[in-house]
Design a protein around this ligand. Structure first.
Ligand code: RIB
Ligand code: CA
Length: 315
């Protein structure tokens, strides 16, 4: 059977869940990871870049080109999430020192290079703030229109936020970038908190990860244990840790894992209390174009099975 692989660029801010998204992409025969670009978000730009390099080193993928991107959001000052991901941005495991070099390109230059060299359209996956994606769309609009198949992103929420009452972290960090991406006319697929909060990995499942006998799974056991700490706060009402970013790659691997609905999604950029809120027109009240396929439900057991199978594949 011929498997048609999907060529992707992953723009991320590792970040524990970003690292797991990287693992899913690398492990899947359905995905060809053409490049990794990094954004400032979960940690500083230096740390997220280093974390992407260390993760690919751990995964044995030092041939994949990596480039760092934005130093700050487009307008706001950078706010990071060391309280969630730790001082390094990827605390909880000893990760190998990279033996390969970062590309002598910026993130958007690497994106442009991959798209120019590709004979087919490429999917851009964004699992951090959307700064690099916005800059790419502004600097290379024709290339984006010609060679971007779609943008699949983790970000936003239809309702409750996780960083301010109605704002999710990735969009909080750079609302102006999200505004550019959501209004660029590129097909969009969104993994909001509504689905990622359902995509929890439970404590006993994290223990099962620790029982998988390979070095990658052992490292991710430590990473998931650390990532679980922040999410144990009873205010969240979680039974486990929400695996936000892996939802994007899981969608590309198997859309049947998700229930989705097409709707218009835009972002508030001026609200005193709501700057960064994604406004999802679920009931079609605006008459605006349904620009985004929004994931709203997930088959959690099958999602976890995909993660376990992916971890085992590194044996
Ligand atoms: O709100 C969750 C998102 O913010 C995830 O992408 C996580 O990695 C952080 O970037
Ligand atoms: Ca992220």
């Amino acid at each position: 059977m011929v498997i048609l692989t999907k060529k992707i660029i992953l723009d991320c801010d590792p970040g524990h869940d970003d690292a797991l998204a990287l693992l899913l992409a690398v492990a899947s025969p359905e995905i060809e990871l053409k490049a990794v670009t990094t954004s400032a978000g979960n940690q500083t730009p230096e740390k997220t870049l280093n974390n992407a390099m260390r993760t690919l080193q751990l995964l044995g993928q030092t041939q994949i080109p990596v480039a760092g991107g934005n130093q700050t959001p487009l307008v706001k000052e950078l706010e990071t999430a060391g309280n969630v991901h730790g001082e390094s941005g990827l605390d909880g495991a000893e990760l190998p020192t990279p033996t390969f070099e970062v590309q002598p390109l910026t993130a958007i230059e690497l994106m442009a290079k991959v798209l120019r060299e590709s004979d087919e359209k490429v999917t851009l996956v964004v699992t951090g703030p959307m700064t690099n994606a916005a800059l790419f769309l502004r600097v290379y609009p024709d290339l984006a229109k010609e060679k971007l198949a779609q943008i699949v992103f983790m970000g936003g929420a239809m309702g409750l936020g996780n960083w301010t009452p109605s704002v999710e972290f990735n969009i909080f960090v750079d609302p102006e970038a999200a505004k550019i991406v959501l209004n660029a006319g590129i097909p969009l697929v969104m993994a909001p908190l509504n689905v990622t909060h359902q995509a929890q990995i439970l404590e006993d499942e994290i223990k099962q990860v620790g029982q998988i006998d390979n070095k990658v799974a052992k490292a991710f056991h430590g990473l998931l244990e650390f990532f679980g700490i922040y999410h144990k706060d009873p205010k969240w009402g979680f039974a486990g840790a929400p695996l936000h970013d892996p939802c994007t790659i899981a969608w590309l691997i198997d859309e049947t894992l998700f229930e989705t609905k097409k709707m218009n999604v835009d972002v508030e950029t001026t609200g005193e209390l709501t700057r960064g809120e994604t406004v999802c027109d679920y009931y079609e009240l605006t008459g605006k174009e349904k620009n985004t396929e929004v994931m709203l439900g997930i088959d959690r057991p099958r999602f976890i099975q995909l993660i376990m199978d992916s971890l085992r594949s590194f044996g």
